[in-house]
Unconditional design. Structure first.
Length: 302
C-alpha cells in the first residue's frame, strides 16, 4: 500500500494550505465529520466481523497573513502563518482485544510563502511542525516536521498544476517525497472542480448564494503509536462521497453540508523505517465496511 502512505503524508502537509493564491485576509475553516458504526473487516481473510467502530472528528484550519507586498510584476508576495488542528474520537464494540486507538490528535503550526517567479509561474514554500499522537503518550517521537517547495504553473486563471519535493521525518529520518498539486475549475453554472490531494466536485450553481455538488474527498490523519513494543507510524485513510449543498451568506462566510457514504475507511501500521515505503505487506490493511458519512463545514475570511 505504498500509494496510501504517500497519500497520508501529502494530505497531512496540504491540510494547512487553505489557498495557493496571494491572500491579504485572515482565512479560517471549522469542520466536523461523523461516521456511524460499521463492521471491521479482518485483513487476514477479508471476513466482515461483528466488531464495529465509528469515527467523529472536529478540525480547524487557519491562515493569517503577516506580510503582503507587490513585486515588479504587480503580483503579491505573501508570508502567512498557518495552523491546523484535528481531534478524532472512535468508539469500538465487540473486539476480543484492542486493535485501534480511541483518540487521535493532529496539531501543527507553520509558515507559508507565495510569490511569482514568472508571468505564469509561482512558487509556494511551506514548513510546519506539529504533534501527531493517539493521546496514549505524547513525547518527542510524536513531534513531526514537514515542509515542501512547489513550483506552480498557472495555465489559465482556472487551471494550475504544480509539483515539488516534500520533506518529512514521518518515517523516522528526514526524507524527500514527491508532492503534486492540481487545481482546476470550469466556469459557468455547471462546474467541475479538481483540487488534488483534497478531492473532486461536480455541481450546479443556482445563484451566487447557493450551489449543490456531488463530491469525493480524500481525508487522513497520522499518529505515532506504540504497537507490540515498537514505535510505529499509524495512518488513517478515508475516501468519502456525497451530495454537498453550499450556502454563501456573504463574501466572508460560507456554510456547506455533506451527506453521503464512505468508499474507503482503513488503518495502516508501518515501522518508521525508509525501507518500509518500498516493502510490500503480507496482508491488507485493516478496514471497515461502507457506511453513512456526514459533515458540516464553516469557512470565513476577515
Amino acid at each position: 500500500m505504498k500509494a496510501i502512505k504517500y497519500l497520508v503524508v501529502a494530505i497531512t502537509l496540504c491540510l494547512g494550505i487553505l489557498s495557493v493564491q496571494g491572500q491579504s485576509k485572515f482565512l479560517g475553516e471549522f469542520k466536523m465529520d461523523y461516521v456511524p458504526m460499521s463492521n471491521y473487516i479482518r485483513p487476514i481473510d477479508s471476513v466482515k466481523t461483528d466488531s464495529k467502530s465509528d469515527f467523529k472528528r472536529a478540525e480547524l484550519a487557519i491562515e493569517i497573513p503577516i506580510s503582503t507586498t507587490t513585486d515588479h510584476r504587480g503580483k503579491p508576495k505573501v508570508w502567512s502563518i498557518v495552523g491546523y488542528g484535528a481531534y478524532a474520537r472512535m468508539g469500538h464494540k465487540d473486539y476480543e482485544e484492542p486493535l485501534f486507538p480511541s483518540e487521535l490528535l493532529n496539531a501543527s503550526i507553520g509558515v507559508k510563502h507565495i510569490r511569482s517567479i514568472g508571468d505564469s509561474w509561482s512558487l509556494m514554500i511551506m514548513g510546519s511542525v506539529g504533534v501527531y499522537t493517539d493521546m496514549e503518550q505524547i513525547n518527542k517521537d510524536a513531534i513531526l516536521g514537514q515542509g515542501g517547495v512547489f513550483f506552480i504553473k498557472h495555465f489559465r486563471p482556472n487551471f494550475a498544476l504544480g509539483g515539488g519535493p516534500v520533506l518529512t521525518n514521518s518515517f523516522g529520518v528526514p526524507m524527500v517525497l514527491p508532492g503534486i498539486y492540481i487545481n482546476w475549475e470550469t466556469m459557468g453554472d455547471f462546474y467541475v472542480k479538481v483540487a488534488f490531494p483534497k478531492g473532486v466536485e461536480a455541481g450546479y450553481k443556482f445563484s451566487e448564494m447557493l450551489k449543490l455538488s456531488a463530491a469525493i474527498d480524500l481525508q487522513g490523519m497520522t499518529a505515532i503509536v506504540k504497537q507490540d513494543g515498537e514505535t510505529k507510524l499509524l495512518g488513517f485513510q478515508q475516501i468519502v462521497a456525497g451530495l454537498r449543498p453550499e450556502i454563501k451568506f456573504s463574501d466572508k462566510m460560507t456554510l456547506s453540508l455533506t451527506a453521503g457514504t464512505t468508499l474507503v475507511r482503513s488503518f495502516s501500521f508501518n515501522e518508521r523505517k525508509i525501507k518500509n515505503i518500498f516493502k510490500e505487506k503480507k496482508e491488507a490493511d485493516p478496514k471497515f465496511s461502507t457506511t453513512l458519512y456526514a459533515a458540516v463545514s464553516f469557512k470565513w475570511s476577515l
